[in-house]
Design a protein around this ligand. Structure first.
Ligand code: XIL
Length: 359
């Protein structure tokens, strides 16, 4: 017995020492969350984030909103036929509650994270999919009612390029465009206070896609569908003109809806929006490029603050905050430096750019 108590005591002591030893050096950069007057978020992978002291310290210093990079998607929450697995989401909820952070739900319906078993079952039994969607959303949103502040209800429901509904989606294929409004209704039924978003990419640069999204959103609003916001993913590139971004932000804000910059990063190289597709024009990050990226981040944040009325500013969420863990390199299989901290978790000029934009 004594041995066990001692072992436990030692364990606590050692882990205490480790956490002191591991403690990251003082973070001298100004805090984003303290500088901003709207929520500032980042996406994270709960594991390994939760055991990485430096990441945790930086996260707590800068961010008051948490988005799961993948952990809350359908393929994670229901990997097998009709079996919810809420373990990680429960842990994320506990973590964010403990740290007084807003938890944003990404996402409910997305073609790309729809598990294979759902696709196969839906093709065999088209009737089944409509019921499944209702039950999935009711159970998931209902379980976290009051705990998840807002949701990306439908993600990327529009074609990659230009206008038109995305056709390479089982939801559209079986249920038609109606699935979009149904998803919003179900989410609202499960949590009437949750802030509900339509979220998509390239809508800040592809005007045909943006126009299609805007008319879809206005039509949903006009028919009383409970949509409360538009998410601009904002995986922008250095060469996307600020004027075009400003125009789309303005028109989106004119709807009166919440506007979320939901997945911000600023990329140098050119990818083609599909996995592994891209051209590596840049292989080295020069001081000039770092300075230009600072400017781009500053302008983006300024535009958001100047164009989007205060009460519609749902916040800015970065899609990861360091170049070591960024999804861009893995997903597009190319080198890049799209975020605020470098590979060694040291602040880049980009961070200063965001702070300047917030000033
Ligand atoms: C990405 C994740 O970051 C990657 O880890 C994963 O392999 C693919 O998905 N748009 C979205 C996000 O809405 O969910 C995507 O996240 C990035 C593009």
């Amino acid at each position: 017995m004594k041995v066990v108590i001692w072992a436990v005591f030692l364990g606590v002591l050692v882990s205490g020492c480790y956490s002191v030893l591991d403690e990251s050096p003082h973070i001298s950069e100004r805090s984003l969350r303290k500088t901003a007057n709207f929520p500032i978020g980042t996406s994270l992978r709960f594991l390994p984030f939760i055991v990485d002291q430096r990441l945790k310290a930086l996260h707590e210093h800068h961010f008051d909103s948490y988005t799961a990079g993948n952990d809350m998607k359908m393929h994670r929450v229901m990997p097998f036929d009709n079996e919810f697995n809420f373990q990680t989401v429960d842990a994320i909820v506990a973590y964010t509650q403990q740290n007084d952070q807003r938890l944003f739900g990404h996402n409910l319906i997305w073609h790309s994270s729809t598990p294979k078993w759902v696709v196969e079952k839906a093709r065999k039994d088209p009737q089944w999919l409509a019921n499944f969607m209702r039950e999935y959303i009711h159970a998931y949103v209902g379980r976290y009612k009051g705990l998840v502040h807002g949701w990306d209800v439908v993600n990327e429901g529009i074609n990659t390029h230009g206008g038109g509904y995305r056709t390479d989606s089982i939801w559209y294929e079986i249920l038609g465009e109606k699935y979009i409004e149904q998803a919003f209704h179900y989410a609202h039924e499960a949590d009437p206070d949750a802030v509900l978003f339509y979220n998509d990419f390239n809508t800040e640069r592809d005007m045909a896609k943006f126009d299609f999204m805007l008319s879809m959103v206005k039509d949903l609003q006009a028919r009383g569908v409970p949509i409360s916001g538009i998410g601009f993913q904002m995986h922008i590139r250095m060469d996307i003109p600020d004027e075009v971004i400003a125009e789309t932000l303005q028109k989106a804000a004119d709807t009166g809806l919440q506007i979320h910059l939901s997945e911000v990063d600023v990329i140098f190289n050119t990818h083609n929006d599909s996995k592994g597709g891209g051209v590596e024009n840049f292989t080295v990050l020069t001081p000039e490029m770092r300075a230009a990226q600072r400017e781009k981040y500053k302008n983006l944040v300024r535009m958001y603050r100047e164009i989007v009325p205060k009460k519609q500013q749902y916040g800015i969420t970065f899609w990861g905050f360091n170049d070591r863990d960024t999804w861009i390199k893995k997903f597009f299989a190319m080198i890049d430096w799209p975020t605020l901290y470098d590979e060694d978790l040291q602040a880049k000029p980009a961070l200063l750019g965001v702070l300047e934009g917030l000033d």
